[in-house]
Design a protein around this ligand. Structure first.
Ligand code: ATP
Ligand code: MG
Length: 497
């Protein structure tokens, strides 16, 4: 509200000179930002999924390696125990090894059981060179051929060892079939059963093949669950990030849309203001041209009035009307020109209290008749640099507006003080109906009036005068009703007074 229209015009005109960013250039930004955000989201999603697979796969690998290492050690231990505690004593006692003999089988079983007792083993078999199960923790397997895997010969004749995972369900189905049935995943390891080397540094002879089967379903299931948790968490965090990004994009789009709308409005405003400014110039020059002929009409009417015979009442009334209307018209023209071409204020040291005294003194007589009381509470140190005639005009307009609004007896309260920011604050509060809130935003527009004989230039002139003094004006309604006009003016430091 503190800006004059001239200021606004100047600012807007400046905006148009500098060519405000056009709407088209700005609208390219959101789609670009959108694509970028979607792309980054895709990258985040793929990276986090890849990472989760990598982490869970390495956990799976670690588990399998551990199990294999454990089985390997067990097999080696078993091998040496069987040789020392079964093969050697048996050979010494019987001269040969024949597991079909119950006594020998019993002895081997004791050795094996003592080693594997308490260990999570599912099955242990020993194959002989005829590929039959010579020993098994499962009695039904004994003597059966066809239980050994194809590659048994490479273990028996080449002495290599081999481990593999046996699955009863396809591996890719496993995550979806948790909890898994016992025995779904088994680790089988085949290892040559060796004796002692016949000569120092020579190769130990192979006596058979040891097959060890472990149920690793539980451990495998744990890894799968862990894998699932990681994947789900990655997906969830990606979805949350995606949501946040979408929110940000939407907000950014809204802000951009708002900005574009404002730009559009501003552009429209600039155009209409430019039209108004040029129209204003034309009207101001016409008003200027009207002023002189109006003066001649007024003085001629006055002259004719004096020369007209007192008895000719009809002619006198017509001349009176011509005179009154020309006075009113020239007042309007003057007001308009004051508004359209405001004069630069002088920079004298002005005592605001004195200017108020003057304005009130002028109105005093009339207000006494109308029963309008004045309540004045002004600090004494209200000094500004400015033009006392212009300030008088501003205060006068405000006071007369109050008088017209009260339309009869009432009270006008004037408060003046210097605030903490070094501004003089003047409050004019009347006891009238107050400003109409519906039209409040228009009251500072030139020619806005609700009065029959009003020009609607009073408040715009007040604003223009106050702003030209570096101040501001605010219109509001008082807490207990009545119109409140608040004027702020830069105070002169008391040291300068
Ligand atoms: N003290 C007030 N109380 C209520 N309404 C007011 C008051 N002062 C101004 N207004 C409203 O603001 C409008 C504009 O005031 P402004 O002084 O600019 O013009 P005006 O008073 O109508 O005409 P003019 O000043 O030329 O006589 C008024 O018509 C009136 O509706
Ligand atoms: Mg007025």
């Amino acid at each position: 509200m503190s800006d004059t229209n001239a200021d606004k015009e100047a600012r807007l005109a400046q905006g148009s000179e500098h060519n405000l960013p056009s709407v088209d250039t700005e609208s390219a930004l959101p789609s670009y930002a959108r694509t970028l955000s979607w792309l980054s989201l895709l990258i985040i999603l793929l990276t986090s999924l890849g990472l989760s697979f990598f982490i869970s796969n390495s956990a799976r690998e670690t588990l399998l390696t551990r199990q294999q290492e454990f089985a390997q050690q067990l097999v080696e231990n078993l091998n040496s125990q069987i040789f020392r505690r079964f093969a050697v004593p048996t050979l010494m006692a019987y001269g040969h090894i024949a597991l079909r003999q119950a006594e020998q089988y019993e002895r081997l079983d004791q050795v094996v059981t003592s080693v594997i007792q308490g260990l999570p083993l599912q099955r242990l078999r020993i194959y002989d060179f005829s590929r039959r199960a010579a020993y098994s923790t499962n009695k039904e397997d004994l003597g059966r051929s066809g239980l050994a895997p194809e590659y048994l010969d490479t273990i028996l004749y080449e002495g290599s060892s081999k481990s593999e995972i046996l699955t009863s369900i396809p591996e890719w189905q496993a995550p979806f079939r948790i909890p898994l049935a016992p025995g779904s995943f088994q680790l089988r390891i085949l290892y040559p059963l060796r004796g002692e080397p016949l000569s120092p540094g020579g190769r130990a002879p192979i006596m058979g093949a040891l097959e060890l089967t472990q149920d690793i379903t539980d451990d495998y299931e744990r890894v799968l669950t862990f894998q699932g948790i990681i994947v789900v968490m990655c997906l969830m965090s990606s979805v949350i990030m995606f949501g946040l990004l979408l929110m940000l994009i939407h907000r950014a789009e809204r802000v951009l849309a708002d900005r574009m709308n404002k730009t559009r409005q501003l552009e429209n405003q600039i155009h209409s203001n430019e039209r108004l400014v040029s129209m204003g110039r034309v009207v101001a020059s016409i008003a200027h041209e009207i002023r002189n002929p109006l003066g001649i009409i007024r003085s001629s009417a006055e002259l004719l009035q004096r020369r007209t015979d007192k008895a000719d009442a009809g002619t006198r009334r017509i001349l009176e009307a011509i005179y009154d209307e020309s006075v009113r018209l020239s007042q309007t023209v003057n007001d308009f020109l004051d508004y359209a071409r405001p004069r630069q204020p002088r920079q004298d040291l002005v005592d605001v209290n004195l200017v108020l005294d003057q304005a009130l003194a002028f109105l005093e007589g009339d207000w006494m008749r109308r029963k309008i009381a004045i309540e004045r509470q002004c600090e004494s140190n209200l000094f500004i640099h400015g033009d006392k005639d212009l300030l008088y005009r501003a205060f006068y307009n405000i006071l007369v507006n109050g008088q017209q609004a009260m339309d009869g007896p009432g009270i006008v309260r004037i408060k003046g003080m210097v605030d903490s920011e070094g501004h003089i604050r003047l409050d004019f509060l009347d006891s009238g109906p107050g400003f109409d809130t519906a039209t409040l935003p228009n009251l500072l527009d030139p020619f806005f009036t609700t009065k029959d004989g009003g020009t609607g230039l009073g408040l715009p002139i007040v604003q223009s005068i106050i702003v030209s003094h570096g101040g501001s004006i605010e219109l509001a309604n008082g807490p207990e009703g009545g119109a409140l006009v608040r004027v702020r003016l830069p105070a002169v430091a008391s040291s300068e007074v």
